[in-house]
Design a protein around this ligand. Structure first.
Ligand code: GLN
Ligand code: ZN
Length: 775
């Protein structure tokens, strides 16, 4: 039985990759230096995995930006607008045109060029984002980058024969988008064009001496239309022809094969990898249907969460599989690439952020690889004495976790057990609340203007927080600074002429971490970075135990802001679904339970804000849509608990208090009835870049409550004119009654500078007034 890894985090334990690439972009290092330093990083990562005793170590899992973009370049699917760059670069004889590659990822704007980047979107249901391939009807493919071969060779010279990984042809096409107008063109039509290039890649790897190649087809674990099923058959039949030695490991993750089990098991490949963490139930049917000569790779170590594995439970699964098909047909692996997991837990030494008692329940990538090797030895009855002690200690730690008072809080549980249905309902329907709010919240009757919450977090503001953390600023000094920033912001908003003000969120580093830090049940890391896209990372908090809110969190800041003005100030909270979605969740209870605890904690804060006289409270849920399960069959259940969580958090208030919510980067078409079930009095969202198209779902549904369709794209420093924002509002008025509309930007202004923020908001307020006067 072999161990293998699906993918290793590429960012580096010290985020070396970010530093290298950003210095290349800044022109501080040259291409040769970039290639050399990233090679060092790869070699180090291979060595780490070898030292952890992994039998098959992957290559080509590394990327300078994104593995999908690597594949796009590999098969030469370079959109027209970048092709001249390629020529410029090719003249310099580059087998791996890095500058063209970066231009595709980020766009290129200089004296000679102005080319837009390719689109970016979420990688399945993770927080990783990939660059979306673009396909045209007359798409040609042609082998373009030697990266996959170079890395194989590189590892070989370092003494490691790797298993190259490659996104499979069907998933590659499905990940992309048709960029051609023609109605009946589907990207899967390009399969015949694409397969010869894959064929060539496999042949070359075979010649180089590769034994296994991991070919990733995550779409096999999702619902497939018929032509996609056919595409899988065509593709793998063809790839099986005239290949002798090279073995294909068909790799799936994030979901179970479900109704595609027969299809996947019938494809002519040499092995199949399945995710048994996300979908443990698929094991039996796969064991039943798997071809006699195929290997089965069991994905048993969670590639996406940070908890230690339960050796006993997991070994039982391996034993069961071995009984069915024999040890030598089995491999064991993490469930998915470890790209979604931080690198090394041993770096976490700050016990204030991550107490030792909690750390001992956790494993990052390096620890997970060690677990994998131990698991193999445990099943093979091959543990040394020290290893046996390690396994025992781990089982003991996990047994402690099940009982620990750090995890279980009887007050929280009692409160949850005694909830009644009232907790999900406001006192009255929206139509009645609206009247109460018109009296209580002093706003113009039509087109009230507001913002989404944050205002520019200047260097200065971030410096205060850093200094406060380091003890260079006392608590009093820090809080005084924040108060002054709030007061100044209130004056600015009055001057701009906004109607519903905010306090600016200057006290927050991040909208999830800030709340997590003040809730019980959360821990934090100092180095636990996970790649989000390109050189950007996130450092998710860890939910380890029952969550509650010991003390009010935002009330003092909101009250202070309110005390500075006669205009209403909106309280600002992060919603339960988003807090859950952007953290590492507990693995000992369903997410639907954890979210309720967070919802109650937010509910307490909402009640206190109302009590303090805050008349409008916004509960942000930007991650509401991204939590949607990949398989349509599981969506209803998610939407039920997610909607309930929002209601649980928000319904504590009286009719007169106005509940807002905010969602960005969302499509609403297929979830609009659930958005309506949230029953927020006002929802604001991102719509400016789609020219209000995202509003259609609300119109068609006859969405009854108030809506703030964003009229100003905050992602760019550009200042939108009054005329263009008026035009957007007119589009909205064409389809919705004016008394349903708010005027606001697409999202928070945290990443913007004041230079563009002030004029943009002034223009926005002018647009609102124009609408009010001309209706
Ligand atoms: N209130 C938050 C802000 O303005 C919302 C951020 C978000 O939607 N991602 O920054
Ligand atoms: Zn937003």
């Amino acid at each position: 039985m072999l161990t293998h890894n699906i993918g290793y985090p590429r960012i580096g334990a010290e985020r070396e990759l970010k530093k290298i690439i950003e210095s290349y972009w800044a022109g501080d290092i040259d291409k040769a230096n970039l290639l050399e330093t990233t090679k060092e990083l790869r070699v180090k990562h291979w060595a780490t995995q070898k030292e952890a005793d992994i039998d098959l170590v992957p290559s080509n899992d590394f990327s300078l930006y994104d593995q999908v973009l690597d594949t796009t370049l590999l098969v030469g699917a370079i959109p027209e607008r970048y092709r001249h760059l390629l020529h410029e670069e090719n003249e310099k004889n580059q087998s791996y045109p890095i500058d063209t590659y970066f231009a595709m990822a980020r766009g290129l704007q200089d004296d000679d060029h102005d080319i837009a980047a390719m689109e970016m979107t979420k990688w399945f249901n993770t927080n990783y984002h990939y660059i979306v391939p673009e396909f045209s009807v007359d798409q040609q493919f042609q082998f373009r980058s030697t990266k996959i071969f170079d890395e194989f060779k590189e590892a070989k010279s370092a003494g490691i024969k790797t298993k190259p990984t490659l996104i499979g042809p069907v998933s590659f096409l499905l990940l992309g988008k048709e960029k051609d107008g023609s109605e009946d063109f589907h990207r899967l039509d390009l399969l015949d064009e694409l397969l010869p290039v894959y064929q060539e890649i496999l042949n070359r790897l075979e010649q180089q001496g590769a034994e296994w190649i991991q070919i990733e087809e995550p779409f096999l674990a999702l619902e497939l239309e018929e032509h996609a099923q056919v595409a899988f058959q065509t593709a793998y039949q063809q790839l099986a022809e005239d290949r002798s030695e090279l073995k294909l490991m068909l790799t799936t993750y994030f979901e179970g094969l479900g109704e595609n089990t027969e299809l996947a098991c019938g494809l002519p490949v040499d092995g199949l990898h399945i995710d048994l963490v996300e979908a443990p139930d698929q094991l039996d049917s796969v064991l039943n249907k798997l071809d006699d000569s195929s290997k089965l790779s069991l994905g048993l170590i969670d590639g996406r969460n940070i908890w230690k594995v339960d050796f006993e439970k997991t070994a039982d699964i391996v034993r069961k599989a071995a009984e069915a098909i024999g040890h030598d047909r089995l491999m064991i692996a993490p469930s998915s690439s470890l790209l979604h997991c931080p690198v090394d837990l041993n770096q976490e030494t700050d016990v204030k952020a991550l107490p030792t008692d909690i750390k001992r329940w956790m494993a990052f990538s390096n620890q997970k690889l060690e677990e994998l090797s131990l698991l193999k030895k445990l099943v093979g009855d091959d543990l040394s004495k020290t290893e046996r002690i390690k396994v025992k200690a781990q089982q003991a730690a996990l047994a402690d976790k099940r009982e620990s008072a750090l995890v279980h809080n009887s007050d929280v549980q009692e409160r949850l057990e005694n909830l009644d249905d009232d907790i999900l309902h406001r006192n009255n329907p929206y139509s009645i609340r609206k009247k109460a709010q018109q009296e209580y919240v002093d706003l113009p009757d039509l087109f009230p203007s507001t913002t989404i919450g944050s205002f520019p977090q200047t260097k200065e503001v971030r410096q205060w927080r850093a200094d406060y953390r380091k003890g260079k600023l006392s608590k009093e000094e820090y809080e005084q600074n924040i108060k002054e920033a709030i007061e100044e912001l209130i004056r600015k908003q009055e001057e701009i002429g906004l109607d519903l003000l905010v306090h600016g969120e200057f006290e927050r580093n991040d909208m999830v971490e800030y709340f997590g830090e003040q809730f019980a049940g959360f821990a934090f890391t100092r180095h636990g970075w996970v790649q989000s896209y390109g050189t950007r990372g996130v450092k998710p908090p860890i939910i380890y135990g029952d969550v509650h809110r010991p003390d009010p969190i935002t009330v003092r800041w909101s009250s202070y802001a309110q005390s500075q003005t006669n205009k209403p100030v909106k309280g600002m909270l992060t919603g339960p679904v988003t807090i859950l979605q952007w953290s590492f969740p507990r693995d000992d209870q369903p997410r639907s339970e954890t979210v309720k605890q967070i919802a109650l904690a937010i509910r307490d804060e909402v009640a206190d804000l109302e009590e303090a006289g805050i008349q409008a409270i916004q509960i942000d849920e930007p991650a509401f849509r991204e939590g949607l399960p990949l398989r349509r069959g599981n969506r209803e259940h998610y939407l039920d608990w997610a909607v309930d969580a929002f209601r649980m958090a928000s319904t504590v208030v009286e009719d007169k208090t106005q509940i807002h919510t905010h969602m960005c980067y969302s499509e609403f078409n297929d979830i609009i009835e659930h958005i309506a079930r949230l029953d927020a009095d006002v929802i604001s969202m991102e719509t400016s870049r789609s020219q209000m198209e995202l509003l259609d779902a609300f119109v068609e549904f006859n969405y009854p409550n108030e809506i703030g369709p964003g009229v100003y794209d905050i992602h760019s420093p550009r200042v939108p004119s009054t005329a263009e924002m008026t035009e957007l509002l007119e589009k909205a008025v064409d389809v919705l009654p004016p008394d349903q509309l708010w005027v606001n930007p697409d999202c928070g202004l945290k990443t913007r500078g004041w230079e563009e923020t002030l004029p943009s908001l002034k223009n926005m307020v002018a647009a609102a007034r124009h609408m009010r006067d001309n209706i």
